[in-house]
Design a protein around this ligand. Structure first.
Ligand code: NAP
Length: 324
């Protein structure tokens, strides 16, 4: 047993979030239902001594000032898969960030990717527009195996998405930073800058599942979007700034791009007068592709904390240098 466990302060795990009160309170209930041998509480419930002793906290987009009241944190467990806001904060260099990796989240994301890939594949935006004009017009139907889909980002989410789309019959290819061996993946894989050019050239639907980092910000810009075949579509389920909005609008308005399904934006909620709201070739979703499931996430968090308290094991943390 870790010596920390003998101190009762470590049976209280602070939960810091930037959530509204109601959501924060719901998370506290879910986290405590899953907790074993510890309780999760607000930082206000800790004495000054307990704040100094706390070596781990559960977090959901906390502010730097919230984190500052726990000066001896060794690691934080995020409830979100995307942790770019934490990475971009001024944190103690030694503080480890553990993000949420949850099969249920991957499955939910795969379902969303399938739903919206089919929406594009079967021309639903076009038929919706035709209905608005009472226009009876049939277009040729492509089969799934004639449709090429690129998944940008082949991590916990991208891999499952690629598998599900491939199982449905689409021609799926993945792209990520590092080369991968054939037995790691079930779909063709590309990597690096040249790999991006190659995969974009042959993809009709591009699904973005990359983390937002210095390298991925603006990755889909005027130049990279121009590699796509005419009439290609984009699904962004990752983070808004990965696409350059002006380049996207230009591509859509020029007809180079057919449609964009956007779940994430540079500013969320999407501002009231933003041109995306009314653009015929943009589908706006309110960051709903794959919400964290409170029950499964709370169990994963509880297992991680028990392992830490009992064995001193800290789960794999992200690399702050590479940003994910
Ligand atoms: P992950 O497991 O960390 O995977 C990230 C993938 O992106 C890896 O394949 C990585 O490549 C690749 N990558 C990172 N930087 C790259 C670069 N510069 N060039 C090429 N590839 C790069 O992350 P995840 O769990 O799949 O999550 C991905 C993102 O989804 C999250 O960061 C979050 O922003 C977003 N998300 C959105 C929602 C929603 O509801 N809309 C929900 C959850 C998550 P390597 O494999 O080579 O390292």
């Amino acid at each position: 047993m870790n010596s920390n466990m003998s101190n009762t302060a470590f049976t209280k795990v602070p939960f810091l979030s930037g959530l509204d009160q109601e959501s924060h309170a719901k998370w506290l209930v879910a986290l405590n239902e899953a907790a074993r041998g510890f309780t999760v509480c607000d930082v206000g419930e800790l004495t000054q001594a307990e704040r100094h002793q706390a070596s781990v906290a559960i977090v959901a987009n906390p502010s730097a000032s919230q984190l500052a009241v726990l000066p001896n944190l060794v690691w934080v467990q995020s409830l979100w898969a995307g942790v770019e806001k934490l990475v971009n904060q001024e944190l103690a260099p030694s503080l480890k960030i553990v993000r949420l990796v949850d099969d249920r989240l991957s499955e939910t994301m795969a379902e969303a990717a399938l739903a919206w890939a089919l929406y594009l594949h079967r021309d639903m935006p076009l038929y919706r527009q035709q209905q608005d004009q009472q226009q009876w017009q049939q277009w040729p139907v492509k089969l799934a195996h004639e449709r090429s889909v690129a998944v940008l980002g082949m991590g916990a989410l991208g891999k499952r998405v690629a598998q599900k789309l491939s199982d449905t019959g689409f021609v799926v290819r993945g792209w990520s930073k590092n080369a991968k061996s054939a037995n790691e993946l079930t779909v063709a894989h590309f990597s690096g800058e040249n790999g991006l050019l190659e995969i974009l050239k042959i993809s009709e639907i591009v699904i973005i599942l990359l983390p937002l980092t210095e390298d991925t910000s603006g990755l889909l810009n005027e130049q990279t979007l121009s590699y796509l075949p005419s009439g290609a579509s984009i699904i962004n389920f990752a983070r808004g700034p990965i696409i350059n909005d002006d380049a996207l609008l230009e591509g859509l308005n020029a007809g180079q791009l057919a449609h964009a399904v956007l779940d994430v934006f540079a500013t969320e909620p999407l501002p009231e007068h933003h041109s995306f709201w009314t653009h015929l070739n943009i589908t706006v979703l309110p960051h709903i592709a794959a919400p964290t499931d409170q029950t499964s996430a709370s169990k994963i968090v509880a297992n991680n904390l028990v392992d830490y308290f009992e064995n001193g094991a800290i789960p794999t943390s992200i690399s702050k240098a590479r940003g994910y």
